[in-house]
Design a protein around this ligand. Structure first.
Ligand code: WTA
Length: 701
């Protein structure tokens, strides 16, 4: 399946000096290790596990599983019998065993240039233990779910690790989601506590996060669910004194001097004086992060968890419209993200690594928090935007911290490409060694720009294909070993066995195109959809029994390279974020003027895909600009700004089959102004087509 020798033609090779120190220095070595990982997973992963701390060791085989729905329930179990704690492994082990206490864990770089702070492994451990004790004192126990809704600050990592230290399950909701989306996720996971912050700036825009969080908690209450406590971090508003409100008291929070705040290393990180967020305060529920943490102990014994205990839930779009709570468990996820991080970025102890993703997405979970910390790495944690205050910001940060390994999304590359090479070449970037991308297929032009302009052809580009569900990279080059082809995610990572199937579920050999599936589990694969195992089986295992179905299309070329062709279900990828068309449609039809809606993707030069929405109005309602603005607002409020429609078109009639199914294929063509509609013989009323072309809402094609 993987060629014995790497091809020599049409490929690009990594620079020689990277190979000297690389963990996997050649294609031959990659192939040898790959075969070992498949033939002898117990030994392959067993060797890796030796570097981690286990309270009790596992017994029996490394992986036990059933991937075939026709043979019974789907399950994956990794290292059964072992007990451990990830927080202990990423912090205590590094501080005490590896003597990395004084090493910088994160350079925090704020939205505003000049806003910065540094946290070492020892300081991170102290902060985590304190918050873990706070959570315990608030009654959070092993297995309880905690929602986290925070900006990109070090305390977000502290909150995650405090949860896992006590065996609680975190459910992080990206801070760009709306109150409605937060409420939906809190209800689905039945979280007992919410951790949030006062607010943050995205460029010039102030986001009143606490206001949105309160709205979500009200919505939960209206639906009969009470979140017991909300811990709020003051990120923007200065705290000289912490607010202490006795629980249950109706009085506004009293001020009392906070003894440890003077020593808080994060205290002066936000320098520029700007309007601070509004902070609504409900004394029955709200608690101030600082006032609790500053009196909490720095000692906190970790809760020893079983390998298959839940670690976290992270919601991802589902094709029915209702987000799926992807559940990952302790040991397999830990080993998998640690190993992919080490090998895919060829991590070396002197590296300064920077992943620009938000921790609210899986990329941030796996490759800002868990993977880098498990390796004792130093990372940049960036709060801001690639274009603020100007389009050189990323490269200025690269120079400021001498970043060696840099990981971003194709949409960011395409955005910056628009401004030409000068904003890049203005900065030195000589520290860079490896560049990575994730989130969507990268078009060869963007790949070439990244490789040539940003990396000056010195740095290999690792195009990492993976999903929230896969936990970590599954198809990816290894920087010193895999010859690159621009736009291809190349070959499987260790332990991963891909296949390409045709519509009838037959495995295709050699060069081919079809459904990308995986034939067996790897340690980091998701274990279930939280609270709905049946949905897990139906979504990923039912279509082709015996395989995990990714939902992506894929092509394999003559050299065995894999090329992702994009989603083949009703999912769109807008700026690297998966959105389900059904979710956007249901937000639209909730508006009283809308009878029916159909949403399709339209290629977009920066975002990859944009949202093109067709709406049929109820009788008697007329379409106008004000209604269009209301519909945009409606979607933003229901889902969040990432789902804002790019185009809305009035569609008095939608193309449907005689059985009433909307023909999205036809709508996609209309959105793109492509007249060649293919076979439309099943269309119930062909006259709607011309009307739809006439009413197109964008004139740019
Ligand atoms: C897409 C993000 C092509 C794909 C880690 C996948 C990619 C979905 C790549 C998962 C890549 C991610 N090349 N497509 N390198 N990486 N995708 O769950 O469609 O947010 O199924 O996880 O993003 O998105 P998710």
């Amino acid at each position: 399946m993987i060629p014995d020798k790497a091809p020599r033609e049409d490929v690009l090779y990594a620079a020689g000096d990277l190979k000297k120190e690389a963990h996997v220095p050649s294609f031959e070595k990659y192939k040898e290790l790959y075969i070992k990982s498949i033939d002898n997973p117990d030994e392959f992963w067993g060797d890796i596990a030796k570097d981690f701390y286990w309270k009790t060791k596992h017994t029996g085989q490394f992986l036990d599983y059933n991937f075939d729905v026709t043979k019974g329930e789907i399950f994956v179990k990794c290292m059964e019998g072992a007990t451990t704690n990830i927080c202990y492994n990423v912090l205590d082990r590094n501080v005490h065993e590896k003597k990395l206490g004084d090493k910088v864990a994160f350079y925090w770089e704020g939205n505003e240039p000049g806003d910065e702070s540094t946290v070492t492994y020892r300081e991170l451990l102290q902060q985590v233990c304190r918050l873990a004790n706070v959570l315990k004192s608030q009654g959070v126990k092993k297995g309880d779910r905690v929602s986290i809704y925070m900006p990109m600050v070090v305390e977000l990592v502290v909150a995650m690790l405090a949860c896992v230290r006590i065996g609680a399950v975190h459910s992080i909701v990206f801070a760009g989601f709306s109150a409605e989306s937060l409420c939906e996720r809190i209800l689905d996971s039945q979280c007992c506590l919410l951790i949030t912050a006062d607010g943050f700036y995205r460029g010039d825009k102030l986001i009143n996060l606490k206001v949105i969080a309160d709205e979500a908690l009200h919505k939960c209450r209206d639906k009969g669910y009470l979140v017991q406590r909300c811990i709020m971090l003051r990120h923007l508003s200065k705290v000289e004194e912490a607010e202490v409100a006795p629980l249950g008291s109706q009085s506004p929070p009293a001020k009392r001097p906070c003894p440890d705040l003077q020593q808080d290393p994060q205290r002066d990180r936000v320098k520029k004086t700007r309007p601070v967020p509004q902070v609504p305060w409900n004394p029955e529920v709200d608690l101030c992060w600082h006032s609790l943490v500053c009196v909490a102990s720095e000692e906190c014994e970790p809760e020893w968890c079983d390998s298959e205990d839940p670690l976290f839930i992270l919601y991802t779009s589902g094709s029915t419209g209702k987000p799926k709570g992807v559940l990952h468990t302790v040991s397999g996820y830990m080993l998998y993200v640690a190993t992919t991080f080490k090998l895919v970025f060829d991590y070396q102890p002197s590296d300064v690594y920077w992943c620009t993703a938000d921790i609210g997405w899986i990329t941030g979970h796996s490759y800002i928090t868990y993977g880098p910390l498990a390796n004792g790495a130093t990372s940049v944690l960036f709060e801001g935007l690639p274009t603020y205050p100007d389009v050189s910001r990323m490269w200025e940060i690269v120079d400021k911290y001498s970043v060696t390994k840099f990981y971003t999304a194709p949409t960011a590359i395409r955005l910056l490409m628009k401004y030409g090479s000068e904003p890049v070449t203005r900065c030195k970037r000589t520290s860079l060694k490896v560049l990575g991308t994730v989130g969507e297929p990268i078009n060869p032009e963007a790949w070439q720009w990244y490789y040539t302009v940003v990396g000056e052809k010195r740095c290999p580009v690792v195009d990492t294909f993976w999903q929230t569900e896969t936990g970590g990279h599954v198809l990816t080059p290894l920087p010193a070993a895999t010859p690159m082809k621009p736009g291809s995610a190349t070959f499987p990572f260790f332990g991963v066995v891909p296949a390409i199937l045709n519509e009838s579920g037959e495995e295709l050999e050699g060069p081919s195109e079809g459904y990308l599936v995986f034939k067996q589990p790897w340690p980091g694969v998701m274990r279930t959809v939280y609270g709905n195992h049946q949905r897990f089986e139906t979504t990923y295992f039912k279509k082709f029994p015996g395989y995990y179905v990714t939902g992506d299309g894929c092509r394999r070329d003559k050299d065995g390279y894999y090329w992702i062709t994009g989603r083949i279900d009703d999912m769109l990828n807008v700026s690297g974020h998966l959105l389900s068309t059904a979710e956007v449609e249901s937000a639209l039809v909730e508006h009283e003027a809308v009878a029916e809606a159909a949403v399709v993707g339209r290629p977009h030069p920066v975002k990859g895909e944009s949202l093109y929405c067709f709406v049929s109005l109820r009788d008697g309602v007329t379409y106008n600009r004000s209604l269009e603005a209301q519909l945009r607002k409606q979607v933003r409020e229901k889902i969040g700004a990432i789902a804002t429609p790019d185009y809305i078109q009035n569609a008095p009639g939608l193309p449907k089959t005689r059985s009433g199914k909307i023909m999205r294929r036809v709508l996609r063509k209309i959105a793109n102004n492509e007249r060649d509609l293919g076979d439309v013989s099943t269309l119930a009323d062909p006259s709607v087509i011309e009307q739809l072309f006439e009413n197109r809402s964008c004139s740019d094609v």
